[in-house]
Design a protein around this ligand. Sequence first.
Ligand code: IPD
Ligand code: CA
Ligand code: CA
Length: 579
Amino acid sequence: MQGRRLATTDEIIAIVSPDSDDVVTQLTAWTDDRGVDLSTVDVGDDIDDVYDENRATLGVTIGGDGTFLEGIKTFAPRNVPQLGVNTGTLSFLARVEPEDLEAALDEVIRGRAAVDSRQQVAVEGPGIDATGINDVMIEHVPPENPIDRKITRLDVYADDEYVGEFEGTGLAVSTPTGSTGVSLSANGPIHYPVNNHTLQLVPLHTHQLGVRPIVVSPSTELRIFTKGPASLLVDGGRAHRILETGEEILVTGAARLAHVVRTSYDDHFFTAISKKLGWDIRDVDDPPISAISSASVPDSAAARPGSPIDPDTAGSDTLERALTIATEAAEAAGEPLRELHGQVESIAVKSDKSDIVTEADHQANRIITTVIDNEFPEHGIVSEEQPRRKGEDGYTWVVDPLDGTGNFAHGNPNYSISIALLEDGTPAMGVVYVPETDELFSAIAGQGACKDGEPIETTDRDRLDESMLISGYDPDGTFLSHFYQESRGVRRLGSAALNLCYLASGSADATWEHDTNPWDVAGGLVIARAAGATITDERGEPFDFDLDADGRTALLGSNGSLHPALLDHLEDGLPTPVQ
Ligand code: IPD
Ligand code: CA
Ligand code: CA
């Protein structure tokens, strides 16, 4: 099972279909019991009065697939993950049965549920601008006299290429989620919907035997021209229009994904398909042993080779368990950052014009700290974006939910998420995740460092004139002006955590920060040291930070061989860091 872990939940908003009173009573009792806020709205009503974008919200729908689709229309534009409780009859989307409601929600608030980000389809044309999670159908308009012709003709272009004229009862453009609906009865393929970001074009009742369904990427622009009147339906009529002859509509992948929560109480996809479609190529309730064992591998471990195993089975080693949780938290926080990247509208200035924070910093912080809190409620947390929480047992998490906010806010992809765990004050575990490239750097002190599960090491270059250096904050440009002439190059990138990972993985031979906060460097420090780096202050003393002291520290990291040469020059002329 793929999919990021869900970190939530301050509150639940439930969209409720008629005749669901029993399930609402169950949900009310559960939320009261757990101290989670609950608001309920009738299906079709707006949630604006109860939704607060600053709270971690879980959307729940109680009803059948129709209610689930209404939920998608409401929750997906707000990036709210959605769980469907099925009180309908045959449901492909609402997958939790009422008797499993409490257990499924317990899984969700423990951060153990997964979230699939599902492709949606967007349609634009005269008088219509809509998004659907299932399909866009363009069909013939039923003739007044049933013996009249029941076909329609549609010209289709994929980007600039003419696909051809489709003649039949119409066309369905469906998402992987919608691939099991109407298009299946028209001989379209079944799409496994997880991480599947495609669209398919399926001709309906075509009279042209050679014509087959077509699969396209979500960025493909399908332009459809009507050669007669046609009826356009999105998600079974949730948006609807009659098209005249000669109209053009554009169908493509929607920019926003829909976030669907899955718990272990859902049927697995192929089990559901087998039950509901009567497949006879497997036994519905009794998959072979090999399938059971791979299905039980947790999400992030399955997704990334070399990742540690499930915390429930990993034994008692706190650092290994912490590494798993930090990986899950960073990957979960990476998702909204990727979506918000390049769309920052509001920036708050903190201490000066370059010290800024955005809503994305806060969203990522909420996700990361919720995951940590779910798993390690007794640990302390120091994060750039919230007041410090002291722990009780010597473990403290140091979090920079978005390192490189300046880059992020200007649409530059060089930013990262940094999470470290200190054991009695010593950095012992570090994870740095790069959302735009999906690179994951990680280490446990003394156990080597990895990038995406593969070991990494610093370089062994010992000549300054062959070396590549990175400069972090360098207020008067002294580092740059000095070493630019001496080395092969000095790069100024913008994420201190990532700079340390570049040092760890050998794409830089050294990195310099005039002054840093603990959260900028705690994760990268563990990774760089475990990869063989030497990390000191500007005088060559071992680098250290004090969470209780309110001050910044200079940091010089190198592959070790270059350290003496770098220090020589630093001692010659760098300004004293601000304390
Ligand atoms: C900043 C970045 C930058 C460094 C600054 C940090 P932020 O962190 O790490 O590279 O030079 O000193 O404040 O504010 O983007 O989290
Ligand atoms: Ca930072
Ligand atoms: Ca930050």
